[in-house]
Write a protein that binds this ligand. Structure first.
Ligand SMILES: Cc1cc2nc3c(=O)[nH]c(=O)nc-3n(C[C@H](O)[C@H](O)[C@H](O)COP(=O)(O)OP(=O)(O)OC[C@H]3O[C@@H](n4cnc5c(N)ncnc54)[C@H](O)[C@@H]3O)c2cc1C
Length: 399
């Protein structure tokens, strides 16, 4: 949508073909329906949020920055606000408003939008784009921007068509795989906590006795294991460990804001306050109700034990569980459930200054279809908007 609108704004005559019966199905569900549209971080820091291939996006990010994205939506009547971690959302808290803004933009720039039109081939002649096929119909074109997304959440329309279309034209496809993906865990007690969201916790990934990554923020227990922003971010290293046949575990510090000493002092205060109660009643100020049972079990302290009888050794065991709650990772959820697809059109064959194909003249790429995948925080949408803007501008320059 950004590529189409920008190409038209720059003077091209543009048709946008969308296979769904409406535009922006995925955009409408981003950020749990709130649309984390970009991040307020310094644009120079965005590159690091795309481990591995971030530098490819340098030109695109500087051509159309996070400030540009915010101004763009403001101009289309959707002011945005910065939240925790620099995450930028529409003030209305509605991702659907982002889609409406894009539609207004397309309309304003006279882009012809054709819905329920699935592109089945890109036509070329002598290594130059000549049009596209939509089933039996052929539409001539001087240039094509391929922006079909990745292969996750296929019900939104991104079922991986773009990989096949690009491959047919000789492009290399780095094998698509899940990035930002929820994790499956072994512990039965985790299943009892379905829907429990924890804020201000630290999750650490341990492999072969070593901590290899750590994130602070929010996470969620699900019926299969773990999800939520910090788990999705950590999934990158966890998936790598799983692929190397290692056995990663996730350790959660439930009281990450406190030092070990502060937490011990806090426990002693609570134990004094509840000295006449049973142990199970002494943690109500410290933990969400549903966490109390598993924490007691893991610490090996009988729930009915009078609080004044809890020994120092037992308190030390409790401290360990509170700061190192262990979950064994058994796998990851499938690609279709990943937030982002890693892999895609090889960047070696794309010009980062234009988003143009190095193999086929008149062919451009934008968005998640490319072999880039960023962390959570609004970075992936920014990449889609920046590459879309650049591709759209380049197309118009060609016409
Ligand atoms: C649940 C969820 C939440 C997310 N939340 C955020 C967030 O808050 N912030 C963030 O930065 N990122 C988020 N992301 C990631 C972000 O949504 C994507 O990276 C981004 O939408 C990619 O944009 P795109 O235009 O490349 O692809 P898409 O948004 O997938 O759009 C591709 C479009 O191409 C169409 N298409 C595909 N094949 C064809 C064809 N053959 N013919 C015609 N049309 C076709 C599809 O129907 C689709 O509409 C989230 C992803 C998911 C799944």
């Amino acid at each position: 949508m950004m590529a189409a609108g920008q190409a038209a704004a720059a003077g091209a005559s543009v048709t946008l073909l969308e296979r769904n019966e409406r535009l922006g199905k995925k955009l409408a569900i981003t950020g749990k329906g709130r649309g984390n549209v970009t991040n307020a971080a310094d644009i120079g820091d965005f590159i690091q949020q795309f481990p591995g291939n971030g530098s490819f996006l340098y030109a695109a990010f500087y051509r159309f920055t996070n400030e540009d994205v915010r101004n763009f939506f403001l101009e289309q009547g959707v002011p945005t606000a910065v939240e925790r971690g620099g995450r930028v959302f529409p003030q209305s808290q509605r991702a659907a408003d982002l889609v409406e803004a894009m539609k207004r933009f397309l309309n304003l720039k006279n882009v012809r939008v054709q819905l329920a039109r699935r592109v089945t081939a890109i036509l070329t002649s002598e290594n130059r784009v000549s049009g596209i096929s939509c089933g039996d119909e052929q539409i001539p074109a001087d240039a094509v921007v391929l922006a079909t997304g990745g292969a996750s959440y296929p019900a939104t329309g991104s079922s991986g068509d773009g990989y096949l279309l690009a491959k047919k034209l000789g492009h290399t496809i780095v094998s698509p795989r899940a990035a930002l993906v929820p994790l499956e865990t072994a512990e039965a007690w985790g299943r009892e906590l379905v829907g429990l969201s924890l804020k201000n916790v630290t999750a650490r990934v341990k492999v072969n006795g070593k901590i290899i990554a750590e994130e602070f923020g929010e996470m969620l227990f699900t019926h299969y294991g773990l999800s939520g922003p910090i788990i999705l971010t950590l999934s990158r290293v966890v998936v790598r460990a799983l692929e190397q046949k290692q056995q990663p575990s996730v350790l959660i510090n439930l009281k990450a804001a406190l030092t070990q000493e502060q937490l011990d002092a806090r426990l002693l205060r609570d134990f004094e306050k509840y000295a006449r109660k049973q142990f199970k009643n002494s943690l109500v100020d410290l933990l969400p109700q549903r966490l109390i049972v598993p924490v007691m079990a893991l610490a090996g302290i009988p729930p009915e034990l009078p609080v004044h009888q809890v020994s120092k050794t037992q308190r030390t065991a409790l401290l360990e569980v509170l700061t190192c709650l262990p979950l064994t990772v058994t796998g990851k959820r499938p690609l279709r459930e990943a937030i982002v697809t890693a892999g895609g059109v090889s960047l070696k064959e794309v010009n980062p200054a234009t988003m143009g194909s190095k193999l086929i003249e008149g062919l451009y790429f934008a968005g998640e279809l490319l072999d880039v995948d960023g962390n959570t925080g609004g970075y992936n949408l920014q990449a889609a908007f920046s590459t879309g803007f650049l591709a759209g501008s380049s197309v118009a320059g060609k016409e």
